[in-house]
Ligand binder design. Sequence first.
Ligand code: GUN
Length: 282
Amino acid sequence: MTVIIDGRACAEKILENIKIKTSKLNKKPGLSVILVGENPASKVYVKNKEKKAIEAGFNSNVYRLPENTSKLELLNLIDKLNNEDNTDGILLQLPLPKHLNPSDFLDKIDPKKDVDGFHPINSGKLLNNEKPYVIPCTPKGIIRLLDEYNIEIAEKNAVVIGRSNIVGKPVSMLLLNKNATVTIAHSKTKNLIDVVKQADIIVSATGISNIITKDMVKEGAAVIDVGIIRGEDGKLKGDVDFNNIKDIAGFITPVPGGVGPMTIAMLMENTLELHLLRNNLC
Ligand code: GUN
């Protein structure tokens, strides 16, 4: 029987725990989020992050900057937040407008305030199997779900579909560091069916609706869907053909209610961890 992984319940449990820990601190952890432009999905994500940060008892600051923000203006804001004592975590919401190159800014965030774990020092530590200051939120949430449901990683075949810096690459490193045999598939991969069919763990992070179909899934596999796509009917759906796969998979995450809530919970956990680190409380 297939287990539907309940990311919402798992995230709620984590957030409750964070709230309790935060209530015992002398100072509130501070999360500063920068949103440049009008990307509709980003606006929703940022609003959610703001809401959860406030519920956790954090200082939450959101900087909403216009689409035509210059490189210098954004660098100045990052510099200000790097030097602001009340800010423990800085998140630059991606994607940025076309005229701004993410790496020009992610490299400038203090690695000890890099709540996304995207700074080259943090991604480098992950690559070297050293402990980064924090681990990127979505990949960390995926591993937490696998652990929570006692899904073995070591010695298993994991296939990650998507090679983004936000999800595909870091989750591949985390799985590899936990001794999975990892394949990263992407838009140029030939015979995706044959590649995915080998997987005990499938992590799909493409944003392409129904890219993972029933014929690709080995019986009993754990299927983790990172896609968030707004369908024509207005409903959210993922990369995975959930209805046709749910009786073959051993475990499957729904969209919504799977990986999404875990990303936000991990963001709050990372903010708390950076606060404890900066205040020598861990
Ligand atoms: N855009 C989509 N996911 C993320 C994320 O995890 N962090 C940031 N900064 N931007 C995103």
